[in-house]
Design a protein around this ligand. Structure first.
Ligand code: HEC
Length: 103
């Protein structure tokens, strides 16, 4: 029984670490403020993800309705609600932030 528990620890560690998906476009220095320039292909792919996955529960919200700062906490919750894969999360964030109010 003890052996089983010991085997579980690395598995849990891997699971715990793989959950944190930080968008590739962010650096440590501006972790909380999304950058103002975005990879064009990420934005294009993010637009598709947004259209397909973000209007299932409510109408598609206009991205320019919120600033990047306002979008941050909303996206954190909504990406989870939409059960997006890591790559889709990065792309949808690029699309949303690139079109956010003030950008
Ligand atoms: C599983 C259902 C579901 C999915 C999928 C979903 N949302 Fe939502 N969303 C909600 C609910 C519930 C609310 C709160 C009620 C409302 O405003 O309609 C909400 C609210 C919002 C709001 C308003 C937040 C506020 O504070 O005013 C925005 C913006 C939003 N969602 C964006 C998104 C985006 C972007 C996606 C795709 C990544 C998404 N949603 C996917 C359920 C969902």
């Amino acid at each position: 029984m003890k052996k089983c528990l010991l085997l579980l620890i690395p598995v849990l560690l891997v699971l715990a670490c793989s959950r944190k998906t930080v968008p590739a476009s962010r650096t440590k220095a501006n972790e909380n403020i999304p950058p103002r320039t975005y990879n064009a292909s990420a934005v294009a792919q993010g637009r598709v993800v947004y259209t397909n996955r973000c209007g299932r529960c409510h109408g598609l919200k206009p991205v320019q309705k919120y600033s990047a700062q306002e979008w941050e906490p909303i996206l954190t919750v909504m990406i989870r609600k939409a059960r997006l894969q890591a790559a889709d999360s990065v792309n949808v964030s690029a699309y949303v932030f690139s079109g956010a109010k003030g950008n």
